[in-house]
Design a protein around this ligand. Structure first.
Ligand code: SF4
Ligand code: SF4
Length: 184
């Protein structure tokens, strides 16, 4: 049987910057409080238009689970790894805190967790996914910005969205082959 290839498709037009995804992620994954500790985030775009007709774009982000992951290439201990289903992981006990991976990641998707003395980042909530549940951010988002699923299943919602809508990845020029797709 073919491996799964997990991905997230985001429709940023639906994002209202409520930050429920970031709160849910912190609670689910024991991410310490503070701005420097995060597994996901929401970027705020420029305000457009003239009063009272104003608009703003919000762009949620997290580890892109790159299939050519620089963080994996530079990790000297094998703490960072890529699962067969594409989920990029960090094995806490093997991490020596050198932070090479933080420097190598073009998306600033990793942070150093002082409490566990290891680098940490989004895992697509692998512990939930392997139980058949959705990542906490996906489940929590009130406007359903994120859709999670298996790109190797042509009938999955992620596959159908990618086939139907024009989309982009972030920094394609880096050659990292990310698996977060943003609908344009
Ligand atoms: S986004 Fe960064 S941390 Fe995530 S797989 Fe890519 S290089 Fe690694
Ligand atoms: S900080 Fe940890 S995960 Fe990152 S490169 Fe060093 S050992 Fe690997």
């Amino acid at each position: 049987m073919k491996n799964k290839r997990f991905a997230i498709v985001l429709d940023t037009r639906k994002c209202i910057d409520c930050k429920a995804c970031t709160v849910a992620c912190k609670a689910e994954n024991n991410v310490p409080l503070g701005r420097d500790n995060y597994r996901n985030w929401v970027d705020q775009g420029e305000v457009r238009g003239t009063y009272p007709h104003l608009g703003q774009t919000f762009t949620p982000g997290q580890c892109m689970h790159c299939s050519n992951a620089p963080c994996d290439h530079v990790c000297p201990t094998g703490a960072t790894g890529v699962n067969a289903d594409g989920i990029v992981t960090v094995e806490e006990k093997k991490c020596i805190g050198c932070k090479y991976c933080m420097t190598a990641c073009p998306y600033n998707a990793r942070y150093y967790n002082e409490e566990i003395e290891a680098v940490d980042k989004c895992t697509f909530c692998a512990h939930r996914v392997y139980q058949g549940r959705l990542p906490a951010c996906v489940e929590t988002c009130p406007t359903k910005v994120r859709v999670f699923g298996d790109l190797n299943d042509p009938c999955s919602e992620v596959s159908l969205l990618v086939a139907k809508y024009p989309h982009r990845v972030v920094k394609p020029e880096m050659g990292t082959k990310p698996y977060l797709y943003y609908i344009i």
